[in-house]
Structures are given as C-alpha cells and as structure tokens.
Design a protein around this ligand. Structure first.
Ligand code: FDA
Length: 407
C-alpha cells in the first residue's frame, strides 16, 4: 500500500509545523511526519519553558553563516510582527522580557497548540512516530516523484521539505537525518558545530576559578587574541550580557553568544568590569584609603571576584596605599581584558543550536529549494544560526513561510 501527498514535510518541530500549516492553508495535501512520539519537544523546553518565540529587533545582523545575506529575503517576507499577529489571532498572552525578546506569559505549550491549530486549519495529516528508512529521488524512481520508505509504508510525493533541525540535544530526538539527505543528493555541507553552548577549560587551569561557581555578573565578551590588529578587533562581535562561572568553565548569555563565534584553539576576551576605568579608579582610591586592595576592589566588582583576583598575588594582599601603581595597573588590566583559551564546549548535549548545516549556496534564498528539484531545507538544518534571544525561532518561521509560498 502506498500513500501520496502534494508535499511531505519531515520533522515536526518549529519550522516543519509552521511550513506544513502554511502549505496546507494554500490548498496543498500535506503530510507532516516525525520519528518522535511527541511533537515539537524543542519548543516545549525552549526559553525555560516559556518559549522566546521571536525578537522584535530581528535583522540579518543577528545571524551567522557562510553567507550572511542568505537569510535576508525570508526574514523580510515574514517578520516578528507577522508572528505576533498570529499569537493575537489565537489570543496567546505574551510579554517582552528584555532586548526585544518575546516570551509566552503562560507556557511554551501555547505556541505548540497554536501551530497544531494552524495545521488543523490547513488539513495537514500528521504521522508521529514515523521513521523514514530510506528515500529515493525521481532519478531512482524513474518518475516525477520521490519515494519515501517509512515504517508506515511507501509514500509518494513530488516535493519534500526537510525540517529535521540540527544535532543539539540528541536525547529529545535530534539526528543528522537532514545532513545525510543533503549528502545523498550531492549537496554541500558546512561542518556542523555545537553553538549557544557553555565553554569548558582544562581542569588544572580552571582550579583557581572553580571556587567562583555560581557567580554571575555583567561583562563585555568577544573572541580573538590580545595581539589582534585594531582592524580585526573593530570587526569582532562584542556581547554585553551576563557571564556565569561554573565548576567546569563559563556559561551565561554572554558566553553562549560568543560560543557561536568561537573557533577551537582561539582565546576569548572578557571585560569583567565594563563601564569602569579600573586603573584610574584604583590609583585615585590609593591616594586616600588604607583599606585592603580586595576590599576597595569589591566596591567595583562582585566581592568574590575581587577576593579571587587578589588572593593569588602577594603584591595585592595589602592595604591599597601600600600597593605599587604597577601592581594596581596590572590588576586592572587583567580584570578588564581577561584573556583565556577554552579547551572545548559542553557539546551537543547542552548546546541550544548547531551552526553549519546545508550550505546555503545550494539553496534558493527565495524558496529554500535546493539544486535538487523538489527538495527543500528549512530551519536549523540550514547553515543559518541566530543569536540567543528568539532569533532562531524567527528563522524557523521565516524560512518555513518562504518555502510554503513556493510549494
Ligand atoms: P527542531 O529541532 O525544532 O525540529 C526538528 C524535528 O525533526 C524534531 O521534532 C525531531 O524529532 C525531528 N527529526 C529529527 N530527526 C528526524 C528523523 N530522522 N526523522 C524524522 N524526524 C526527525 N530558540 C529561540 O529562538 N528561542 C528560545 O527560547 C530557544 N530556546 C532553546 C532552548 C533549548 C534548550 C534548545 C535546545 C534550543 C532553544 N532554541 C531557542 C533553539 C530552537 O529550539 C531551534 O533553533 C528550533 O527549534 C529549530 O527549529 P527546527 O524546526 O529547525 O528544528
């Protein structure tokens, strides 16, 4: 027995659900299938359970990929405001947290229910769980159709949308399915890497900082070595966000953001006291204070940090008026331009997203169709990765929408 559809969307996550709903509402006979029993698990756990579903400040500048312009067309044709209108249509309450990030007031379940309702409106058929064993292209079938061999039988369709996401969080269903299909049809890939992920450090190197686990503070963070040229530094992306010390390394929004840009072997740079001229302030204080350096420093940065930074240097374990100018200047320099080299990341089990994926040079930025006629790729499986802050879901909606208009 075989089933036939106008389009089969593989992957019932954010991009797949939205694309299927829009294609269905355009009158197409749509099958949406996913190997997981549960629908949209990543939406369910996103944004701490409240789903940061978009960012009202979305522009192409908040996306990474080999071709940073690829996302431009889709993002301009389906905007955060369009998705907000969809929430309003379904009476889903939401709020802005900060920096344009929109979250559900109640829970991420509201977004899943909205997408399922939109799929129902489009008459979308959903098969879950349904595993794909193999897929033959028109060249193999000798027809205009793809044949999908699934554990629910043979499916025939002239168009397939791959929306199987990246490799992050394998325990809730992430696989390399999309990448394998891309390779099967000779499409190039950009090497995938975990991103929006905590950074780790060599155990011994990290020992002095492990005592700071749990400490969070606002910082400026960027990638690149101290000897980078002024031009390179000007080009570097700097994030002003919170950093969190952990037992194994660094986490928090600043670190997750920078992890997407970080290359193995490269240092990261942190200004632990942004907005303060530490050297000038410490030297001024020295003139009129007999307090310990650590105590004076604690008025400028968190006291645990002040303690940790001064405790390893004898020249600083004294009243500030006894410390040399040089010792204070060195302390200020180390705090405002702390340079350290991660030995890796926490990997896919902790990463919120995957950078890399299907090479955008293989896809139309208007339709998401690949060089292989009738085969489309949308969402995170594509080499387009957003910053932390709702941008990745906006890409899922926008790429899904662009694709649905073209099917
Ligand atoms: P997604 O991963 O959502 O869906 C892929 C689907 O394909 C899954 O349902 C999977 O089961 C299915 N699949 C995989 N392999 C398959 C196979 N072989 N056969 C059939 N089906 C298969 N972003 C954001 O903008 N705001 C936020 O608040 C967050 N928060 C967040 C928290 C956490 C913990 C994570 C891990 C991620 C986020 N993200 C986020 C990122 C966001 O979740 C992610 O970018 C989108 O879900 C990507 O949508 P896709 O539809 O492309 O993939």
């Amino acid at each position: 027995m075989s089933a036939s559809f106008d389009v089969v969307v593989i992957g019932a996550g954010a991009a797949g659900l939205f694309c299927a709903s829009q294609a269905g509402q355009r009158g197409l006979k749509v099958l949406l299938l996913d190997h997981s029993e549960k629908v949209a698990e990543k939406i369910r756990i996103s944004g701490g359970g409240r789903c940061n579903f978009t960012n009202i400040g979305t522009t192409p500048a908040q996306f990474l990929g080999e071709n940073p312009h690829f996302c431009r067309s889709a993002l301009s044709r389906y905007t955060p405001q369009d998705f907000v209108e969809l929430l309003q249509k379904h009476a889903v309450p939401f709020h802005e947290k900060h920096k344009g990030q929109l979250f559900c007031d109640r829970s991420a379940e509201d977004i899943i229910n909205l997408l399922l309702a939109e799929c129902a409106l489009g008459g979308v058929t959903r098969w879950q769980p349904c595993a794909v064993k193999s897929l033959d292209g028109p060249a193999q079938t000798g027809t205009d159709f793809y044949h999908i061999h699934s554990d629910r039988g043979l499916i025939q369709t002239p168009q397939i949308v791959i929306a199987t996401g990246g490799l992050s969080i394998p325990k809730i269903g992430a696989t390399d399915f999309g990448y394998r299909i891309a390779r099967q049809f000779g499409l190039k890939m950009i090497e995938p890497k975990p991103a929006l992920v905590p950074l780790t450090f060599d155990g011994l190197d990290w020992q002095p900082f492990a005592q700071l686990a749990g400490l969070a503070l606002p910082v400026l963070m960027e990638t690149g070595a101290a000897d980078a040229s002024p031009k390179q530094r000007k080009k570097a992306t700097v994030f002003a966000e919170d950093l969190l010390f952990t037992h194994r390394g660094l986490s928090g929004p600043a670190v997750l953001q920078i992890s997407s840009y970080w290359q193995a072997g490269e240092p990261v740079r942190v200004n632990l006291a942004p907005g303060v001229d530490l050297a000038a302030t410490l030297l001024r204080t020295k003139a009129g204070s007999r307090k310990l350096v650590a105590n004076e420093l604690a008025s400028l940065v968190p006291s645990r940090l002040a303690e940790a930074w001064t405790s390893t240097d004898e020249a600083l374990q004294r009243p500030i008026n006894d410390a040399t100018d040089k010792a204070l200047q060195t302390l200020a320099q180390r705090l405002s331009d702390w340079q350290l080299t991660p030995n890796g990341t926490e990997g896919y089990k902790k990463a919120e997203v995957t950078t890399g994926g299907v090479d955008t040079r293989e896809l139309s930025s208007q339709t998401m169709e690949s060089r292989q006629k009738g085969l489309y790729f949308i969402g995170e499986v594509v080499d387009v990765t957003g910053w932390l802050g709702g941008y990745n879901f906006q890409w899922a909606w926008a790429s899904g929408f662009a694709c649905a208009q073209a099917l």
